[in-house]
Design a protein around this ligand. Structure first.
Ligand code: C5P
Length: 222
C-alpha cells in the first residue's frame, strides 16, 4: 500500500503543564491535562511520523509509538525540545507557566508567622524561541492560543509576535471545561487563512490537524 503520509518526518510536540518549584515540596502549576498535546503526538505517529513528545507532569499515559521526554519545568521543557531538533514540524501545545520562582528554596520553607513573598521571573517562551531560531527551525511551527475574547484577532497578532506559522486558537470563555475536557472548538489561523472548525473531540482535532500538516508535506512530493 501507499506509504504513510508522514513517514520519514520528525515531529516534536509539547504537552501538559509545567511545574515550577517553590521549595522541594511545593510548586506553581496550572490545570492543563495534556490531553490535546498527547492526542496530537499519537495522531502524528499514526500517520507514520517519528514523534518526540515533551511532556510536563500529567496523569495520562504515554501514547504508544512515541518517544516521550518527561520534564517538570519550562526551562527543562525548552532544553528537551532543543535536544529533539532538527525536526520537520514543531507543535507547541503545552500550557507553559509564564513565571518561575526566583531562587527556589533548597529546604522546605517553614511557617514563621510572616508570610513569605515569592519573587517571580519570566520563563522562556519555548514556541517563540524555536520559531525564531536561525538554525534548525522546523519547517512548520504551530502554536496554540487560549483566549476569552477577540479570539481570532488576538491569535493573528500572536502568530506574528511569536514568529510561528500557524496558531490554533480556542475560545475558553463560553465552552466550559476545555482545559481538562473532552472537546475543543478551534480556529486555525495561518498566514492568509482562518478556518473555523466545529466543536470536536480533542482526538478528532488532533487527527484533522495532522492530516492538514501531512497535506502540506505531500504537496512537495514528486
Ligand atoms: O502567549 P501564550 O501563552 O498565550 O502562547 C501560547 C502558545 O505559546 C502555546 O503554543 C504555548 O505552548 C506556547 N508557549 C511556550 N512557552 C511559553 C509560553 C507559551 O511555548 N513560555
Amino acid at each position: 500500500g501507499a506509504a504513510l503520509p508522514l513517514a520519514g518526518r520528525r515531529v516534536v510536540v509539547t504537552s501538559g503543564p509545567t511545574h515550577e518549584p517553590i521549595d522541594p515540596v511545593r510548586y506553581i502549576a496550572n490545570r492543563s491535562s495534556g490531553r490535546q498535546g498527547h492526542a496530537i503526538a499519537a495522531a502524528a505517529a499514526a500517520l507514520g511520523a517519528e514523534v518526540v513528545l515533551v511532556s510536563g507532569p500529567v496523569s495520562i499515559p504515554d501514547p504508544a509509538g512515541v518517544t516521550v521526554r518527561h520534564v517538570e519545568t519550562a526551562v527543562e521543557m525548552l532544553a528537551a525540545v532543543e535536544a529533539a531538533l532538527p525536526a520537520d514540524v514543531g507543535i507547541f501545545t503545552a500550557a507553559v507557566a509564564d513565571w518561575r520562582v526566583a531562587g527556589e528554596a533548597s529546604q522546605k520553607m517553614k511557617k514563621t508567622g510572616a508570610a513569605p513573598k515569592l519573587a517571580l521571573v519570566e520563563n522562556p517562551d519555548i514556541l517563540a524561541t524555536v520559531a525564531k531560531r536561525a538554525v534548525d527551525r522546523p519547517r512548520l511551527v504551530v502554536g496554540f492560543a487560549a483566549e476569552t475574547e477577540n479570539v481570532v484577532a488576538y491569535a493573528k497578532a500572536k502568530r506574528q509576535r511569536k514568529g510561528c506559522d500557524w496558531i490554533i486558537a480556542n475560545d475558553v470563555s463560553h465552552a466550559t471545561g476545555i482545559m481538562g475536557g473532552d472537546n475543543n472548538t478551534v480556529h486555525v489561523v495561518t498566514a492568509d487563512t482562518v478556518e473555523d472548525w466545529p466543536d470536536l473531540p480533542k482526538t478528532e482535532v488532533a487527527a484533522r490537524l495532522v492530516a492538514r500538516i501531512a497535506r502540506l508535506f505531500q504537496e512537495d512530493r514528486p
